[in-house]
Design a protein around this ligand. Structure first.
Ligand SMILES: [Zn+2]
Ligand SMILES: [Zn+2]
Ligand SMILES: [Zn+2]
Length: 265
């Protein structure tokens, strides 16, 4: 199982419009952050989590040529406003894309993108989606997937856990993506036990009404003890190299283009 971080940034992206702080002006490519999204691959088959406003640029930059299904966490603009760009995957692969979300997410997508679901004249074509209510537990492309809620302020947001069973050649693998979170309820903490890799929200140093601050995220990581944790949904408060140098062993800031082979952790 391979994870590719397409975007490690918060909703404003980094650099932020009109900001001249040292991180926004930094030459370090790891301080340039697209809006938050990842790919999860098992062999060739590729799951895309969220469709950010930069989906096209992300796919060009990281040479993404295939997407087999989409999972949505929630419908804030930074997570869904690139949905139209999946047309290329429809065209290249000649398929309708399964897109999973909870009932509220699917209703929002129908409301925000009415042209996708009604007969209209559109020269450039429309995304072809199969909207599916995400099961709590299901299997896709050889992975066992669990969806469960964490809280983003007062808004329940879906987190996802992916497990690969052990084979003769390789041990079991597990990964979870928990973005846009300010509180993880006990039942979700249960599902996050025994992970190889955790990718977790940490928007800035200080607590935030709808996201973990760095120290809250580190406390959760301390409780869960994944083998390795990366932080995401990062704002311009984090200078990549400086902050990384001070993080505890086994924890690091993610960055756009980070690729993690979960079997090698
Ligand atoms: Zn977000
Ligand atoms: Zn800045
Ligand atoms: Zn959000």
């Amino acid at each position: 199982m391979e994870i590719l971080v397409l975007g490690s940034g918060t909703s404003h992206g980094v650099p932020m419009i009109g900001c001249s702080c040292s991180v926004c002006r930094s030459e370090n490519p790891k301080n340039r952050r697209f809006r938050p999204s990842i790919l999860v691959r098992n062999g060739e088959e590729t799951l895309l989590i969220d469709t950010t406003p930069e989906l096209r640029l992300q796919c060009l930059q990281f040479d993404v040529k295939r997407v087999d299904a989409i999972l949505f966490t929630h419908t804030h603009a930074d997570h869904i406003f690139g949905l139209d760009d999946v047309r290329r995957f429809n065209d290249m692969q000649g398929v309708d894309l399964p897109a999973y979300g909870d009932e509220g997410t699917l209703a929002d997508i129908r409301r925000i993108y009415p042209y996708i679901f009604t007969a209209t004249q559109m020269g450039g074509g429309k995304p072809r989606l199969k909207l599916l209510e995400v099961p709590r537990q299901f299997s896709l492309f050889g992975m066992q997937i669990q969806s469960f809620y964490v809280l983003h302020g007062k808004l329940p947001v879906l987190a996802y856990r992916f497990d690969l069973e052990a084979t003769k050649e390789a041990p079991a693998q597990s990964f979870a993506y928990v973005t846009d979170v300010s509180y993880i309820p006990p039942e979700a903490m249960e599902r996050l036990q025994g992970l190889d890799v955790l990718l977790l929200d940490a928007v800035r140093f200080d607590p935030h009404p709808t996201h973990f601050g760095l120290y809250q995220a580190l406390e959760v990581i301390q409780q869960l003890q994944p083998k390795k944790a990366w932080l995401t949904h990062l704002s311009h408060h984090f200078d990549h190299d400086k902050v990384n140098a001070d993080l505890p062993e086994g924890v690091a800031l993610s960055y756009d283009g980070l690729s993690v082979d979960v079997g090698q952790i």
